[in-house]
Ligand binder design. Structure first.
Ligand code: NDP
Length: 490
């Protein structure tokens, strides 16, 4: 017992804290054994299926469809039919009504969706509950507000919907990416065919139930599941007028090649390798929280993750020391436990990719630190990792790892920070930590990144446009800008 504790007559603080588990009840979610495709407001029996699992336990959850070219075509036909025979005549305020309904139902059913999202994707329940679900509902609310104000959003132009939107989304924020895609498309008066990622189809399939509850006319939103082949079929389908894709840069480039010369509209939201830059006048404890949030949020499966930490040389040691200490307090484990900070890696394939890149970092000469933590034996797991002694040329400083792995580099001057931050093929996001407003503005002007956060990180708001430069893609999602790709403005 310390002198202070004796004086205060308190028991000594235990040297090792352990948390009793606080599991979220799973029975709020009712899964079917088998799902088909949601086409024209009906469930279409899937001809081929595969098993979707929980990445935390490898437990099979359900059989879902692997859409064939004919099934994709049926979905596109349903969307085209709904567009031509009804939806394009629905008044804008009526469209808004459906979006408001969807938003409200998502709020009402948020616990169910949050549990399902964590179960199928591996992310901690506190993130699905406090981030994915509120933001998904907020997105529908936000775009509901625009549906009958398009003339005000684009004054002196004649906004008209483009037709059928083909939308392909990734596995890191399954429901939120669905909201980012569907909400602006419907607000602008389009119909939709959407494909969720192969590993995380279940929240999109539950969303079909929300569409029915909201009484959205049949065919306005169609959902087909499957792997990349299904995505490729959507992209090349002649009945699709606009493609919106979020995922890897390689697939984004392939889609762009496929669509070249077709006249179809395209937006691409691809990868990133963001710099999170800490100046020596920053509030260090807050910055350390921002670093943790920047890279360990959602296991680092975040396109805008702050995966390259640039620390001003004079504060390198205290920052690394504080960061390592903070890392030891992160709780890695069961995604459905409300105490969990870092959940499961989304798939075996992604775990292999992380392991391969981390091995390359150690081989190239970087120093690795992982806090002591016991990882579950079953499922896909990776301990929060920090690399120091990283050179800019190392793969871990250049390539998107998409996992809980941070590479630390240093700089001396603001110019050097900008040069290093921009030294990547990507340009999606960046973070700046300093107490000087003038420096924030100076940096923001020079950073080639679509989003620059100042003294915070990973903040999202439906009214704020999001998107990249260079190999991070083009087009913006969110805000008024997010309507533009879904409108013909001539
Ligand atoms: P992909 O780009 O393969 O997946 C994104 C979506 O595109 C999925 O729905 C996928 O289906 C689909 N898809 C795959 N191939 C095609 C194709 N040829 N035509 C049309 N659609 C296709 O990403 P991965 O899941 O393979 O992840 C690989 C890497 O990509 C990650 O390690 C990460 O670096 C990056 N990534 C970036 C994301 C971002 O938000 N910017 C999100 C996800 C990944 P399926 O699920 O079946 O593969």
């Amino acid at each position: 017992m310390t002198e202070l504790e004796r004086k205060q007559d308190r028991a000594p603080v235990p040297s090792e804290w352990t948390y009793a588990s606080a599991p979220e009840a799973r029975d709020i979610v009712t899964l079917q054994d088998r799902y088909g495709h949601y086409v024209g407001g009906e469930w279409l029996e899937a001809r081929e299926t595969y098993t979707t699992i929980s990445p935390a336990t490898e437990e099979p959850l359900a059989e879902v469809g692997q859409a064939t070219p004919e099934e994709v075509q049926a979905a596109v036909d349903a969307a085209r039919d709904a567009y031509a025979n009804g939806w394009s005549d629905v008044s804008p305020s009526e469209r808004a009504k459906y979006l408001f309904r969807i938003a409200r139902i998502l709020q009402e059913r948020s616990r169910e969706f949050a549990v399902l999202e964590s179960l199928n994707g591996g992310k901690p329940i506190k993130e699905s509950r406090d981030v994915d679900l509120p933001l998904s509902a907020a997105h529908f609310f936000y775009y509901a507000g625009w549906a009958d104000k398009l003339e005000y959003a684009f004054p002196n132009r004649k906004p008209r919907p483009v037709g059928v939107a083909g939308q392909i989304i990734p596995w890191n924020f399954p429901l939120l990416m669905l909201a980012w895609k569907i909400a602006p498309a419907l607000a602008a008066g389009n119909t939709v065919v959407l494909k969720p990622a192969e590993t995380t189809p279940l929240s999109a399939l539950l969303f079909c139930d929300v569409l029915r509850q909201a009484e959205l006319p049949p065919g306005v939103v169609n959902i087909v599941t499957g792997d990349g082949r299904t995505g490729a079929e959507i992209v090349k389908s002649e009945g699709v007028d606009k493609v919106a894709f979020t995922g890897s840069t390689d697939v984004g480039k392939a889609i762009q090649r496929e669509l070249a010369g077709t006249g179809k509209k395209l937006t691409l939201e691809l990868g990133g390798k963001a710099a999170n830059i800490i100046f020596d006048d920053a509030a260090l404890d807050q910055a350390v929280e921002g670093i943790i949030n920047g890279i360990y949020f959602n296991q680092g499966h975040v396109c805008c993750a702050g995966s390259r930490l640039l620390v001003q040389e004079s504060i390198y040691e205290p920052v690394v020391e504080k960061l390592k200490r903070r890392l030891t307090t992160l709780r890695v484990g069961d995604p459905l436990d409300k105490n969990t900070d870092v959940g499961a890696i989304n798939s075996k394939q992604q775990l292999d990719k992380i392991q391969e890149l981390v091995a390359s970092g150690a081989e190239e000469g970087a120093e690795i630190y992982q806090p002591p933590c016991r990882l579950p034996e079953q499922g896909y797991w990776f301990a929060p990792t920090v690399f120091t002694n990283v050179a800019q040329s190392y793969r871990i400083a250049q390539e998107e790892i998409f996992g809980p792995v941070l590479s630390i580099l240093t700089f001396r001057t603001p110019d050097e920070a900008v040069e290093k931050a921009n030294n990547t093929p990507y340009g999606l996001s960046a973070g700046v930590w300093t107490e000087k407003g003038s420096r924030i503005l100076w940096m923001a002007e020079r950073l080639r990144a679509g989003v620059v956060w100042a003294n915070t990180y990973n903040r999202f708001d439906p009214s704020s446009p999001f998107g990249g430069y260079k190999e991070s893609g083009f087009g913006r999602e969110g805000g008024r800008h997010g309507l533009e790709p879904y409108l013909d403005l001539t």
